[in-house]
Design a protein around this ligand. Sequence first.
Ligand code: SF4
Length: 383
Amino acid sequence: MSAAPAVNLLEFDLDGLAAFCERLGEKRFRATQLFRWIHQRGASDFSQMSDLAKSLRGKLEGAAQITALPVITQNISQDGTVKWLFDVGAGDAVEAVFIPEDDRGTLCVSSQAGCAVGCRFCSTGHQGFSRNLTTGEILAQLWFAEHFLRKHLGVAERVISNVVMMGMGEPLQNYAALVPALRVMLDDHGYGLSRRRVTVSTSGVVPMMDRLGQDCPVALAVSLHAPNDALRDKLVPLNRKYPLAELMEACQRYLAHAPRDFITFEYCMLDGVNDQPEHARELIALVERYRTDGVWCKLNLIPFNPFPASGLKRSPAPQVSAFAKLLLDAGLVTTVRKTRGDDIDAACGQLAGDVKDRTRVGQRIALQRQVPLQVVAAPPEGN
Ligand code: SF4
């Protein structure tokens, strides 16, 4: 009879690792020591783990491993942004991007090989969907990036201070693998990140937003991209299932649990599609309709990063500024995202990896491209 395959310990949050250690006849505090070696010190070799009993190291050698994802390519941008393409097997590859700034280091992490949502302006969406990543595959991106960067920069302390689940995939459509990964990011024995510094970005999977608020409330970003259902149905197809009114109500429910007292709305600026003054006014009306008290959301305008298959163009800079001004003048907290890593295709919406489309999402989007997008906003409700 052949031996059971070794378990990859990156698959476990601390409770999962404690249960695994128990099965080996070990106490929970041993799991905590092991967890620290893996995530805080980046160890992958049990023989390095000097404070673990030799007998435990022996048991681990036979039953477990700590396995990173093979790196296919690594690109470093002139602005310090680093992009990795990781091999997740069977012809699929996913990307992660590190974005250094003066006061923080942010890692953008993928949750799926491809994405089934199929947003019109998103390079990942155009590739279609292959499969969900496991908890270990999500964490392997952070584990590798953190410990590579420490060595590369020659520092002993933490380099990644923020994680955004904004890489390839819709994280809330891979909930079961996502939540243990978030727990490892937050765990003081793991990466020790504050809830405010871990952000899940969703296109609006309403029931899972509610569950996340209960199970593991972290900062939330919502891909809005349109101020009315007619346009959002075309840009973010999930809107047909969870239209704006339901999404906005879910955002408000989330606020009761959120570590920050606001939700971030992402809005990708598409030339002639969603960037006109009427759209800004409609967006203001939408957000105001759901305001109860003070600031409850922030708007992040993202200059679109064009890719040939999209058939869409980036809004000109003056158009973005004029749009932002209308929002700011209405009292909405609004920022325009700086584009980073342009020279290595690491900017927002450009992550495409390499995905075997098993669901024909790519084909569906290609068909949608033949339908022109609405240019003028519908009149705000009540007019
Ligand atoms: S924007 Fe997000 S949800 Fe939409 S297709 Fe891209 S990865 Fe999926």
